[in-house]
Design a protein around this ligand. Structure first.
Ligand code: COA
Length: 554
């Protein structure tokens, strides 16, 4: 089918539907919802069989829905209506939630239902639920709706209608009373507002929006007080415990790690470091966490939004080198729950006194990590990509001997969208070995999201593992590597690295890539700085890029 996506932006859910429906053989074109006339023009140019709205913030114009079947993906159960579905579901502690695909009509979210899917709720940030459970359920419901569309009619029998019309959630609904609300209530409020819009509150007596809450099981203090700090987060006491706050947004600013946004105020806050890289035995803030089981080391790095700043890269390199000294022979780099990695930290770079200098420091720090992985001779290394990854994160994973990816994870293995960045992380060395020179060039030009299957088919990654059993399968396969004559494999790896080094040293690959990156950061063309500013400032879209709006190429 020819399917036109009308969407507010090309967000993670839209990317997943785009990639998966394309893989099923549908022809997809995308138009951003900028103005009714632009949407009408897109429909006229593309002549779609069907219009799908994966992520819309306003109603589809009547001129379109009267003429074409338009299916809306609504992140709520049947009967739920309104723009804050997930926010209310989290705040109200719903045990189960869902996605409904319904037809656009005059009233928002009230048309005939074409399909629906449900999922059990997890204690997590809204954005995390959206990227995982909501996206999986949406794909399932959209596929069912498309099958139904091809054969005729919407759902004749509507499942039990439990949802209701709910208003937009306002800051007053989100407000936290630190003197009265218990930890779980506060956590739900913060989760319901994360990543957008955050909870309007204050820290150190100054207004800000709060994000990125983590439970703390041991520390406590006077409710509302900031009682500790660790790396980039601060810990705030509640009436029955405490919570860590990893990120804040100050008025007219953008999201930053809390200890950076309140650098001066944090000096007086007691620092409570963790004793080691090993996973703490209680709930607390720990962005880098090491565990061992059956001779395998698992390194988790749960960086907010998958962004890896200079210090985070340096600490992760330190943790990796620690893991490489343990009496194990396989190290699995697990990434975080929501992202494996999205490369260098664009917000921190934007915030720096010299964004060019900070870009340079950050890319060197991520290259140090990639180099430590590549030079590791004592262990087999595996990247286990259980969540989405983008830009440098996709190539960093390739520095490992094996890359295993969860079915359904979406990759954006390209740098071009960030102002034509050349890219580093040794992609010029690693990619041609896996996908050939032409394949590497094609990947670099490719600006579209990629499914896990596609990545493996191209030879970019090594295996796709089923989503429900991903972690278990990763552990099982890692142990199998150990049993599978690991000494011989390590010897083979050492020889291959030495042979490659003799042909062209890693230092030369790195220097060549960094020379190109230096031009991106310090050169005449400011495209990267402009693109980064728009990305961090979340500038509204004013047109749909041509690689998405294929109807405009006709
Ligand atoms: N640095 C800082 N923040 C980043 C980031 C990065 N490298 N990558 C993603 N984020 C943030 C976004 O700003 C957004 O923040 P929010 O919570 O305030 O909304 C959040 O992560 C989610 O990103 P979003 O773009 O909404 O997610 P997506 O799933 O739609 O798209 C990507 C994922 C990876 C395609 C997109 O985030 C991206 O292009 N990131 C930049 C990658 C990059 O160019 N890195 C630098 C070169 S190595």
């Amino acid at each position: 089918m020819k399917i036109l996506f009308l969407t507010h932006s090309f967000n993670s859910l839209t990317q997943r539907l785009f990639a998966e429906l394309t893989a099923l053989g549908h022809e997809i074109s995308v138009e951003f919802d900028i103005a009714d006339s632009v949407s009408e023009e897109a429909v006229a140019l593309f002549q779609p069989d069907l219009i799908l709205a994966p992520f819309l913030k306003r109603a589809i114009p009547e001129s379109i829905w009267r003429q074409h079947v338009c299916l809306i993906v609504h992140p709520g159960i049947v009967g739920d209506r309104g723009p804050s579905s997930l926010d209310w579901a989290i705040q109200n502690n719903e045990a189960e939630w869902g996605v409904t695909v319904l037809q656009a009509e005059a009233a928002m979210d009230a048309g005939p239902v074409w399909a629906t899917a449900t999922f059990p709720m997890r204690q997590a940030k809204k954005a995390s639920l959206y990227r995982q459970e909501v996206t999986d359920a949406a794909l399932c419901a959209v596929k069912e709706a498309l099958a139904r569309f091809e054969h005729g009619e919407p759902l004749a029998e509507i499942p039990e209608v439990r949802g209701q019309l709910r208003p937009v959630m306002r800051q007053a609904d989100r407000a936290i009373d630190w003197q009265r609300d218990d930890t779980q209530t506060i956590l739900r409020r913060l989760n319901a507002a994360d990543g957008f819009p955050g909870v309007a509150d204050s820290l150190f007596g100054q207004p800000c929006h709060l994000y990125d809450a983590w439970l703390e099981a041991k520390l406590c203090g006077t409710p509302g007080d900031v009682i500790a700090r660790r790396e980039t987060a601060v810990c705030r006491a509640t009436v029955d415990g405490a919570l860590w706050l990893g990120h804040v947004r100050r008025p007219d600013g953008f999201k930053l790690p809390t200890t950076l946004a309140f650098a001066a105020e944090c000096v007086a806050v007691p620092e409570v470091p963790l004793e080691s890289w090993f996973a703490a035995d209680h709930a607390t803030w720990q962005d880098i966490r090491y565990e061992e089981a059956e001779g395998v080391g698992f390194l988790h790095f749960d960086f907010y939004n998958g962004a890896m700043g200079t210090q985070q890269c340096a600490r992760l390199t330190e943790a990796f080198l620690f893991a490489a000294q343990r009496p194990t022979q396989v190290i699995v780099l697990m990434g975080g729950r929501d992202f494996w990695s999205n490369g260098i930290h664009l917000n921190l770079i934007e915030h720096a006194a010299s964004p060019a200098d900070e870009s340079w420091a950050n890319i060197n720090a991520i290259d140090d990590l990639a180099e430590a992985i590549l030079r590791c001779e004592t262990h087999l290394t595996v990247a286990a990509i259980g969540a989405n990854a983008g830009a440098g994160g996709c190539f960093l994973a390739r520095a490992c001997d094996q890359v295993w990816i969860r079915e359904g994870a979406i990759l954006n293995p390209h740098y071009k969208n960030m102002g034509n960045l050349y890219g580093s992380e040794f992609w010029t060395y690693l990619l041609p070995q896996r996908v050939g020179a032409a394949g590497a060039a094609a990947l670099m030009q490719h600006r579209l999201p990629m499914t896990a299957d596609e990545a493996v088919r191209l030879g970019f990654y090594d295996a796709v593992l089923p989503a429900p059993t991903f972690r278990v399968d990763v552990a099982r396969r890692a142990v199998a590597l150990l049993k599978d004559d690991v000494r011989w494999r390590l010897e083979e790896k050492r020889q291959a690295r030495a042979a490659d080094e003799a042909v062209k040293p890693l230092a030369v690959w790195r220097a060549e890539e960094l020379a190109a990156m230096r031009r991106n950061f310090y050169g005449f063309d400011p495209s990267y700085h402009v693109a980064r500013w728009h990305f961090v400032a979340k500038s509204p879209q004013s047109w749909t890029p041509r690689h998405l709006a294929r109807h405009r190429l006709y």
